[in-house]
Design a protein around this ligand. Sequence first.
Ligand SMILES: Cc1cc2nc3c(=O)[nH]c(=O)nc-3n(C[C@H](O)[C@H](O)[C@H](O)COP(=O)(O)OP(=O)(O)OC[C@H]3O[C@@H](n4cnc5c(N)ncnc54)[C@H](O)[C@@H]3O)c2cc1C
Ligand SMILES: *[C@@H]1O[C@H](CO)[C@@H](O)[C@H](O)[C@H]1NC(C)=O
Ligand SMILES: *[C@@H]1O[C@H](CO)[C@@H](O)[C@H](O)[C@H]1NC(C)=O
Ligand SMILES: *[C@@H]1O[C@H](CO)[C@@H](O)[C@H](O)[C@H]1NC(C)=O
Ligand SMILES: *[C@@H]1O[C@H](CO)[C@@H](O)[C@H](O)[C@H]1NC(C)=O
Ligand SMILES: *[C@@H]1O[C@H](CO)[C@@H](O)[C@H](O)[C@H]1NC(C)=O
Ligand SMILES: *[C@@H]1O[C@H](CO)[C@@H](O)[C@H](O)[C@H]1NC(C)=O
Ligand SMILES: *[C@@H]1O[C@H](CO)[C@@H](O)[C@H](O)[C@H]1NC(C)=O
Length: 508
Amino acid sequence: MSVLSPLLWCLLTLLLVNIQSAYARSVKRSLPEDGEVVAHPTVLILGGGVAGVIAARTLYEQGITNFVIVEARGELGGRLQTETIGVPGNQWVVERGPNWVQGTQTGDGPENPIWALVQKHGVKTVYNDWYGSMTTYDETGFSNYTDIFNESGDVYDELTVVAGARVEQQLVDLTARSGYSLIGSKPMTPADKACEYYQFDWEYAQTPLESSWIASSWGNNFTYDPDQGGFGDANEMSIDQRGFKYFIQAEAAEFLQPEQLMLNATVTNITYSSEGVNVTLKDGTLLVAAYALCTFSLGVLQNDDVVFEPSLPDWKQEAIQSMATYTKIFLQFPDDFWFDTQMGLYADTTRGRYPVWQNMNLTDFFPGSGVVFVTVTGEYSVRIEALSDEDVQAEVLEVLRAMYPDTTIPEPTAFYFPRWHTNPLFRGSYSNWPPSFFSGHHENLRATVEQRLWFAGEATSIKYFGFLHGAYYEGLDVATDLALCIQAGGCAGLAHVPEIKNAYPYVV
Ligand SMILES: Cc1cc2nc3c(=O)[nH]c(=O)nc-3n(C[C@H](O)[C@H](O)[C@H](O)COP(=O)(O)OP(=O)(O)OC[C@H]3O[C@@H](n4cnc5c(N)ncnc54)[C@H](O)[C@@H]3O)c2cc1C
Ligand SMILES: *[C@@H]1O[C@H](CO)[C@@H](O)[C@H](O)[C@H]1NC(C)=O
Ligand SMILES: *[C@@H]1O[C@H](CO)[C@@H](O)[C@H](O)[C@H]1NC(C)=O
Ligand SMILES: *[C@@H]1O[C@H](CO)[C@@H](O)[C@H](O)[C@H]1NC(C)=O
Ligand SMILES: *[C@@H]1O[C@H](CO)[C@@H](O)[C@H](O)[C@H]1NC(C)=O
Ligand SMILES: *[C@@H]1O[C@H](CO)[C@@H](O)[C@H](O)[C@H]1NC(C)=O
Ligand SMILES: *[C@@H]1O[C@H](CO)[C@@H](O)[C@H](O)[C@H]1NC(C)=O
Ligand SMILES: *[C@@H]1O[C@H](CO)[C@@H](O)[C@H](O)[C@H]1NC(C)=O
């Protein structure tokens, strides 16, 4: 960071605050009578996450300014959200959602566009060493299985290599669990399972059995492997106390006008035809537009939080498949009794029971914070969301007592976890590609319905599904096509595959 930058930050923050209060004013001005049409833009961008903001920027750059972003929450950023935790005098802004720029840049190879924005807007990040700074535990306490841990990384690499060979040979996809078996990896002990979990579930937020072998390998390669066009293997963790979300809010502040944004505006109905799209909000407001670009999560599309009229066609519904959940559980303690590495791994006899731990009380992270967090995923996340905070806290403390049998574990001074799965604006944390999802499904997830209803978001990215940069590229690419369509006075939109069929008929 240059010497000038504190001043620049001040200016930028001022700008942001001004623009945000201007938004607030514009939304207030337009509070409608029930059913009143308050806006007639060319495009309604539904959702103000990374995909929505980048789509808006793309339209703006193409000279199309008659658009409105419609967002249910009170701020932009979507899943980029913060929570302030801790006792008075020792409070920290932590990330409920995304925390890392995953893959940055290798040499002068392709740069992760999120990394570019993070640098442009001066968001503070630190390199997070996922593989070389690890302490391992099991139900008896400290237990050194670093050898198994290191081996699990090599096994994971082999999994992606053999998946690539299947693609070359045009063999069908299988579950990643079948893949592991075919390469001879059959974890038996809690330590084997915890290490496999760390390589796989901790990234995809679902088990190998629930995941596509081929797509999970793409998910790894296109982000992390420079030989496959990926950015690089580094993970940069945001520790910025303005929140990771700052990069996208500051980017929006550079081009977005107050009348182009409606916050606190929850969509309930989307009515579409080849003539246009009407969107109804919870308060009865009607928005009438020529086009809509829907960036809601796969979880929202899977549920009935938003009613499409007519219902989405079968080919679209069939493509709306798997939404995973990833849950970070934050604790603050009066003093630290845990590992001094960045990462800790706990092997329970139940696979996925409070396995991955992170130490934030380190010089480069939140020194003196006493903050540590543990992550659970998939069905385990769904399970704990149904429990009270007190019950989850008691389980987490029980695990810490197993990890540290000779230490008296104090009560935490703070305890927090977000419930992504039950949140009606998300219904999970990010998409994961199941083994029943074929290339045609992917095309259909992205495809336009009735020329007017368009889709974008992390889930529509074939290479980067699940990631912030997936949302970025989809916002960019789909809005680029939409702009061309508008400039041409209309178009068929992105094509779909009417029916996805087997290569051979079933023989029974
Ligand atoms: C816990 C967690 C950890 C993650 N970790 C990482 C990470 O470290 N690195 C990484 O690259 N990615 C990570 N991700 C994934 C990343 O957050 C997403 O890929 C990305 O934010 C998706 O952006 P989007 O624009 O596609 O969707 P969203 O951000 O979901 O944007 C859609 C918007 O639509 C709004 N909306 C929904 N329903 C309605 C409605 N009815 N009316 C109006 N508005 C509505 C939502 O409020 C939201 O703002 C993580 C996600 C989670 C949840
Ligand atoms: C959105 O709602 C919140 C909570 O009611 C409120 O504090 C905020 O000012 C609102 N923002 C806008 C832009 O209306
Ligand atoms: C764990 O065991 C490995 C040998 O397998 C050794 O190199 C390493 O130092 C040990 N780590 C600790 C923390 O004891
Ligand atoms: C595991 O790998 C790390 C490097 O990532 C290395 O420092 C360590 O010695 C290895 N440990 C064992 C037991 O192989
Ligand atoms: C993933 O990358 C590896 C190593 O570069 C490569 O051998 C493999 O074919 C790739 N897998 C897929 C599914 O693309
Ligand atoms: C929205 O959808 C619900 C459920 O189908 C329906 O009852 C309601 O009339 C719809 N509202 C509008 C404005 O279309
Ligand atoms: C949207 O609403 C307008 C005004 O009520 C109506 O004329 C139009 O037919 C509607 N369009 C769609 C796609 O439902
Ligand atoms: C954080 O770590 C430092 C250095 O190890 C230690 O002195 C301090 O007590 C820890 N703080 C808390 C609140 O745990």
